[in-house]
Write a protein that binds this ligand. Structure first.
Ligand code: PGA
Length: 246
């Protein structure tokens, strides 16, 4: 299956910095054999839409509202994202779960809103260090994914899953390819039990993926791409990861 490399810029950038970054990335992605997306801060979606028009680079958002429309001050709906040509939306990133109290149920609703608007949700799941050390990694990721499967039924074949061990995010500590593959295999089996189309669901790895470790992670049987934070802010590093996936 075609791999997906998605950059998660998080709360970084400016009009000038984004333009420079995309100018560095775009010439390198013309004939790539993998799908590529950048998930930009919401205020820069219009800029992203303009700069990525007619390019092979897809535009993504980092979050969306669990509500459809109405009196939800500060929220951004799936339909609004769609208006700006957004193709992917990260949902349930661990930073949203940790700092904004997002529960499994809210994450499942966000995935549903994205799907209803024709946006591919990149559903993030992953265990904390304490959970890994307690031996509950499998239980945690299966519970997180089960909530999304339960609410979305057969539409589950349209999602992307991102396994991001919380202890590996932004820490420079990457899961070994074997550690990541072990969890991905569990997730694949869970998806297979829920959908006959499970083999086309991409399961990304995220957490300190970089130009050096990308190839060995992406070589694993059930690692179908990457969700890249820090390394997606440097054009050369991001392009190396895209190369490793192509
Ligand atoms: P990182 O972030 O690559 O900087 O670890 C990944 C993510 O949080 O999506």
């Amino acid at each position: 299956m075609k791999k997906l490399i998605a950059g998660n810029w998080k709360m970084n950038g400016s009009l000038a910095a984004n333009a420079a970054l995309l100018q560095g990335i775009l010439p390198g992605v013309t004939a790539q054999a993998c799908d590529v997306a950048v998930c930009v801060p919401a205020v820069y979606l219009a800029q992203g839409q303009a700069l990525l028009a007619d390019s092979p680079l897809a535009l993504g958002a980092q979050d969306l509202s669990a509500r459809e429309s109405g009196a939800y001050t500060g929220e951004i709906s799936a339909a609004m994202l769609r208006d700006f040509g957004v193709r992917y939306a990260i949902v349930g990133h661990s930073e949203r779960r940790q700092y904004h109290g997002e529960t499994d149920a809210v994450v499942a609703e966000k995935a549903q809103r994205a799907l209803a608007a024709g946006i591919t949700p990149i559903v993030c799941i992953g265990e904390t260090l304490a959970e890994r050390e307690a031996g509950s990694t499998e239980d945690v990721v299966k519970r997180q994914l089960a909530a999304v499967i339960h609410l979305n039924g057969h539409c589950i074949s349209e999602i992307v899953v991102a396994y991001e061990p919380v202890w590996a995010i932004g820490t420079g500590k990457t899961a070994t390819p074997e550690q990541a593959q072990a969890v991905h295999a569990v997730l694949r089996a869970q998806l297979q039990a829920a959908s006959t189309q499970a083999d086309r669901i991409r399961i990304l790895y995220g957490g300190s993926m970089n130009a050096t470790n990308a190839a060995s992670l992406l070589a694993q049987a059930d690692i179908d791409g990457g969700l890249i934070g820090g390394a997606s802010l440097k054009a050369a590093d991001f392009l190396s990861i895209i190369d490793a996936a192509s």
